[in-house]
Every structure is written in C-alpha cells, then in structure tokens.
Design a protein around this ligand. Structure first.
Ligand code: B1M
Length: 228
C-alpha cells in the first residue's frame, strides 16, 4: 500500500514498478492514483498503458502459468487493471481523428477473457474507428446479429484459450456461407493466436497487440477504400 505523498516524490521508473506491483496485488485504488500521477508527469496514456498496466499484467500471466497465483488473485489483478483503464480510455480516444471505419469486436464463445480485447477496442476508438464491443462469450449469432445491425467494415475476434480459438473458424465459415466474407475485414488476436492460424482459418490477419491491430486495420481499410 502507498500513500500519495510517497508516489509524488518517486522517480518515474519506480512509480511504474510500483504500479505493476500494485496491479499484481489487486490494489485498484493505488493503481488509479499511480496512473494519474504518471499522467501528471507528462507520460502519454499509451506509455502508461504499456509500461505500467500491460507490463504488470504480463507478470501476473507468468505467475498464473507457474501456479504462483490462482484465479481469485488474477481476478483482483484484472479488476485493478480495469480501474486503470477507465482513466486511460477517454484519453486514448481523445485524438479527434475523423471516423475511419466501423469495427465489431468480441471475445469468442466459451472465453471470458476481455482485458486485451478491451484494450484493442480502446486503441481503435483512439484511432478514429467506431467500435461496437460485444463483450465476452460471443457465439456466431451474436457476431451475425451485430453485422446486421451495424454494417461494420471489420470483425475482430479475441480468444485467449487454445480451446476457444478454433471457434474463430466457425465464425469465418459462417461469413463464407452467408456470402459476406469478402465484404468484411476479419482480424483475430489473443495470446495463443498466430499468423499461421489466422491464415488457416481464412482471417485477413492476426494482430499481436493493440498497436498492431490499429496499424493493420488502417492498412486494410486503405486497401478496401482503394478497391471501392
Ligand atoms: Co486466464 N488463462 N483462464 N484468466 N488468463 C490465460 C489465457 C493462460 C495463458 C494462463 C496461463 O496458464 N499462463 C491460460 C490459457 C492456457 C491455454 O489455453 N493455452 C488461462 C487459463 C487456463 C484460464 C482458465 C481455464 C483457468 C481456470 O479456470 N482453470 C480460465 C478460463 C475461463 C474462460 O475463459 N472460460 C481463466 C480465467 C481467467 C480469469 C477470469 C481469472 C482472468 C480473466 C479476467 C478478464 O479478462 N476479465 C484470466 C487472466 C487475466 C489471464 C491472464 C493471466 C492474462 C490475460 C490478459 O488479460 N493479458 C492469461 C495469461 C497470459 O495471457 N499471459 C491467462 C493482458 C492483455 C493485455 O493481453 O489478452 O494477450 P492479451 O491481449 C493482447 C493481445 O493478445 C492482442 O492485443 C491485446 C492488447 O495488446 N489481442 C487482440 C487480444 N485480443 C485481440 C483481438 C483482436 C486483435 C488483437 O482483434 C482485432
């Protein structure tokens, strides 16, 4: 636990380290204070996100894998991460960029991981995309319903489990069956997803992280516009 006086005197690298530690420990209020402090020192929202919050969650991921942390602790860390993201979200979206396209994004059926998907949604909003965030555990009907309702340019799917990533193929196959696959850009992401898998299921690209998702979406939108 920290008090505000301490963090104000702290060098920036120590502040970021503390943010990672507090995220690890699930201290949401402290993470919020540290995010605000880092922003007040002139760090960009993106730097705070990647060097503070995402870096902290990476450590959680390793310890979860190694059996040091268990689900309840990881949930607390996720809650602290989300508290930090609430501050960063409007700042990342504040670019005033003109609308570049519409993205429907969701975590696929059977999967409840949403932190990375929400980061992608935030960064895409910041880059000027209109984003319809479907949340977690989306089946084919959910994606198809959103396509009917919002006529998006891009469908984004997230999966964090090796057991749920195959569901992305089900969605792509349904787009093909409905004859709308070519009208849409399909982007996939999540820790177990890679380029070979994306190609195999017939997606347009796999995005390693939120920044790559933005870059890829912008590039493929430019190609789509050229084709008219
Ligand atoms: Co889960 N979990 N989890 N978990 N969890 C992983 C994924 C795991 C790798 C942990 C481990 O063992 N090391 C492992 C999966 C193993 C596997 O399948 N090979 C795992 C497991 C096993 C499980 C459970 C089965 C555990 C259990 O109950 N026994 C269970 C499954 C529940 C389910 O989904 N049905 C489970 C539960 C949970 C919590 C609920 C406790 C919690 C989720 C909370 C939440 O999301 N609200 C959780 C968490 C937090 C994790 C880890 C620790 C962190 C994930 C995360 O948020 N990373 C994770 C370990 C890890 O990944 N290292 C783990 C931070 C985030 C910023 O990165 O999500 O990769 P990431 O997103 C990135 C990119 O991947 C990419 O951009 C994002 C931003 O840069 N990206 C996209 C993601 N989606 C994209 C979509 C796009 C584009 C890019 O579309 C355009």
């Amino acid at each position: 636990m920290n008090d505000e006086v301490n963090i104000k005197d702290m060098p920036i690298d120590e502040l970021l380290e503390l943010m990672q530690d507090d995220l690890y420990d699930g201290y949401a209020d402290e993470v919020v204070a540290e995010v605000n402090e880092a922003l007040s020192r002139g760090m960009t929202p993106y730097e705070v996100l990647t060097q503070g919050l995402v870096a902290g969650m990476d450590i959680v991921g390793v310890d979860f894998r190694d059996g040091v942390l268990f689900v309840p602790e990881v949930l607390m860390a996720a809650k602290a991460m989300k508290a930090g993201m609430i501050i960063l979200r409007p700042l990342l979206a504040e670019t005033g960029a003109p609308k570049v396209g519409t993205l429907v994004i969701g975590t696929v059926k059977g999967d409840i991981h949403d932190i990375g998907k929400n980061l992608v949604a935030m960064m895409m909003e910041g880059a000027g995309f209109e984003v319809i965030n479907l949340g977690i555990n989306n089946d084919v009907d959910s994606f198809m319903g959103a396509i009917d309702a919002h006529n998006p340019d891009i469908i984004g799917m997230s999966a964090l489990l090796t057991t749920t990533m195959p569901y992305m193929r089900t969605v792509v196959n349904t787009l093909k069956e409905k004859g709308i696959r070519r009208d849409l850009i399909v982007l996939v992401g999540g820790a177990p997803v890679n380029d070979a898998f994306a190609e195999d299921i017939g997606a347009d690209a796999c995005c390693r992280d939120a920044a790559v998702a933005v870059e890829t979406a912008e590039k493929l939108m430019a190609i789509k516009r050229e084709k008219g």
